[in-house]
Ligand binder design. Structure first.
Ligand SMILES: Nc1ncnc2c1ncn2[C@@H]1O[C@H](COP(=O)(O)OP(=O)(O)O)[C@@H](O)[C@H]1O
Ligand code: SF4
Ligand SMILES: [Mg+2]
Length: 338
């Protein structure tokens, strides 16, 4: 359904041209939910904004590579063609629904507008459909909600309204960029539950972007791990959790809060920070933070390669897996290993 191939997207700034997404390849199948996971600044949003061809409106530029949607190349489409595709075929929901909703129109007016933009329905028919959509996204008293303004709703309700607007045209691909990051934990769980329901009941592919690998675990069939504008690993969700093949993936997995852990327990995090766009290291971009980094890692960039049913970009996958096996053996048999 969606095939992104060696995508390079960058921005022209004071210090010259920088690449926020640097040779990213992945695909999404029909009906599949794929999560893009990585720390803040990894290029997740730039990737999704490239697919929507929205980077151009933020002084960004798709430099090379291709984005194929249902066999059609998106990078060369005109603005007019993209406008038709956005909303109709591909919809997007964002982190902060308040900024995406118009404060001076009621919820009903905004949903009706979205519906009528794509479907030739009368106002009355569109209003009925709007009510149906609000019910579908789990809002109580939909008739009342339709008459309310965005500021009269809670954050969680507003996100449900945004999802209703995104679903108005029955999109084939829904892109959700950190849709629960601004919400508290209880509401987050409810919105994730809603997305799961939509995933299972609607014939829709979902591209979910999150910095939280725990959120990805809840929903995705496959996970794409991004770091500093590159793809580090792509695997089926259960395979990734069962055995990460990239040191960065392991770091992300270890940063998940463990529910059973003692309160206030310090969680392991990956030391160091993600490099800035104009100070990308040579070789593997994760090398400055990687405990396994060798001279080769600092000098040559590892390509994204197929390993069994997954893809991974690391020079030392075998050594990494061996070190993990040793660590787990030590854990199982602490006496033997001393
Ligand atoms: N409009 C822009 N102009 C310049 N740089 C940008 C712009 N948007 C994003 N970037 C840079 O691109 C990099 C990736 O950003 P982003 O995709 O938003 O990361 P993520 O969504 O993974 O947190 C960051 O270093 C960010 O500063
Ligand atoms: S290539 Fe080297 S530095 Fe990069 S993740 Fe693999 S071991 Fe670490
Ligand atoms: Mg982002």
């Amino acid at each position: 359904m969606l095939k992104v191939d060696r995508l390079v997207t960058g921005y022209r700034g004071k210090e010259g041209f920088v690449r926020a997404v640097d040779g990213v390849s992945f695909d999404i199948e029909k009906g599949e939910t794929v999560c893009i996971v990585g720390e803040s600044g990894s290029g997740k949003s730039v990737t999704s904004m490239s697919v929507m061809r929205l980077v151009e409106f933020e002084n960004g530029e798709i430099v090379s590579g291709s984005i194929e949607y249902m066999g059609e190349e998106l990078t060369t489409k005109s603005n007019e063609e993209m406008r038709k595709l956005r909303g109709a075929e591909i919809s997007m929901i964002f982190q902060e629904p308040l900024t995406a909703l118009n404060p001076v129109f009621t919820v009903g007016q905004q949903i009706v507008e979205a519906i009528r933009y794509h479907q030739p329905l009368s106002k009355k028919q569109a209003m009925d459909r709007a009510e149906e959509l609000l019910t579908m996204v789990g809002l109580s008293e939909p008739k009342t909600r339709l008459k309310q303004y965005p500021h009269e709703l809670s954050g969680g309700m507003r996100q449900r309204v945004m999802i209703a607007i995104a679903l108005a045209s029955k999109p084939k691909l829904l892109i959700a960029d950190e849709p629960t990051t601004a919400l508290d934990v209880t509401i987050e769980a409810q919105i994730l539950e809603l997305l799961r329901k939509l995933r299972d009941e609607e014939e829709m592919s979902i591209m979910l972007i999150t910095h939280d690998i725990g959120v990805a675990a809840e929903l995705s069939h496959r996970i794409i791990i991004m770091y500093a504008g590159k793809v580090m690993e792509i695997a089926k969700t259960e395979d990734l959790f069962d055995q990460p093949h990239h040191p960065y993936t392991k770091g992300l997995l270890e940063s998940i809060p463990k529910m059973s852990g003692a309160r206030g327990e310090l969680l392991p995090t990956i030391e160091g920070t993600i490099p800035g766009l104009n100070q990308m290291p040579e070789g593997c971009r994760f090398a400055p933070r990687c405990p396994l980094a060798t001279k080769k890692c600092h000098e040559e960039e590892p390509p994204l390669e197929r390993k069994c049913s997954r893809q991974v970009a690391c020079w030392h996958v075998e050594e990494f897996l061996a070190s993990q096996r040793e660590a787990s053996e030590r854990k199982e048999d602490p006496v033997e290993s001393t």
